[in-house]
Design a protein around this ligand. Structure first.
Ligand SMILES: NC(=O)c1ccc[n+]([C@@H]2O[C@H](COP(=O)([O-])OP(=O)(O)OC[C@H]3O[C@@H](n4cnc5c(N)ncnc54)[C@H](O)[C@@H]3O)[C@@H](O)[C@H]2O)c1
Length: 233
């Protein structure tokens, strides 16, 4: 959606083939392999982006992984990884792009959190904590970087992606349609979000049409966090 609207992008993923597959579909895109939790790796990716495009105006921090389970079954290494990728990766990318964005004069950052940051879910505490850190960090950063750079959060509910497809399938005991039907009960719109609907919200916040919006969290969840009851599965 960003490239359809005239933007040029560097796609960064720690799976080089995933970055390349995405970049191949986008005109003029650059594919880069980098682990967002690794300082040197992020620094190199940002420098390569700057060298290639000569500027960075917009940043989307969306790298992440899902993991859930009773707290007693979590290792400290798993907790640390959760924090390092979601909170640490967001911090590292923001820090590294800052001088480049400032050089251009203005810009916008969108960091992806989750409704797990604002609502309890079964056995999702470490993920919720990492996403809560993204929300709090973004609010602080928005104030620090204003008025040149806007920083906002998008907190998705349930979006159909490579991350959630196995979860949806498991919820339906291997039956995809059943999994989709159960997953759709969580919000008043009774459906899963299409990635394009999330992209719309992200592109809006990155655009100048959102020039007066900073330090906020846009919840794109089909109303799930407003729902009076929650289905326990
Ligand atoms: N899909 C949902 O319903 C949902 C809901 C709320 C929040 N989110 C968040 O949205 C973001 C995107 O998730 P998605 O659903 O598109 O999942 P996805 O698995 O399709 O995409 C995530 C991408 O991040 C990459 N990645 C993971 N760890 C990385 C790392 N350390 N360094 C670089 N790249 C890394 C993966 O290779 C993958 O391509 C994540 O932060 C996720 O937590 C998703």
């Amino acid at each position: 959606m960003f490239t359809e609207r005239g933007g040029r992008v560097a796609v960064v993923d720690f799976r080089a083939e995933a970055a390349q597959a995405s970049a191949d579909q986008l005109p003029g895109a650059l594919a880069l392999a980098a682990d967002v939790s690794d300082e040197g790796s992020v620094r190199a990716a940002v420098a390569a982006t700057d060298a290639h495009f000569g500027r960075i105006d917009c940043v989307l921090n969306a790298a992440g992984h899902a993991a859930a389970g009773p707290l007693g079954e979590w290792t400290y290494a798993e907790w640390t990884r959760m924090m390092a990728v979601h909170a640490g990766g967001t911090f590292l990318v923001c820090r590294e792009v800052l001088p480049i964005m400032r050089r251009g004069g203005d810009g916008a950052i969108v960091n992806i959190a989750s409704i797990a940051a604002i609502r309890a879910q079964p056995t999702n505490a470490p993920y919720g904590a990492a996403k809560g850190a993204v929300v709090a960090f973004s609010r602080q950063l928005a104030n620090e970087l204003a008025p040149q750079i806007r920083v906002n959060v998008v907190s998705p509910g349930r979006v159909r992606t490579a991350m959630t497809e196995p979860i949806i399938l498991a919820r339906g005991d291997g039956d995809w349609d059943k999994g989709m039907e159960i997953s759709s009960r969580f919000n008043p719109l009774h459906r899963i979000c299409d990635p394009s609907e999330l992209a719309d919200a992200i592109c809006f916040l990155l655009s100048r049409r959102a020039a007066y919006i900073t330090a906020t969290s846009l919840v794109v969840d089909g109303g799930e966090t407003s729902a009076p009851t929650m289905v326990v599965y």
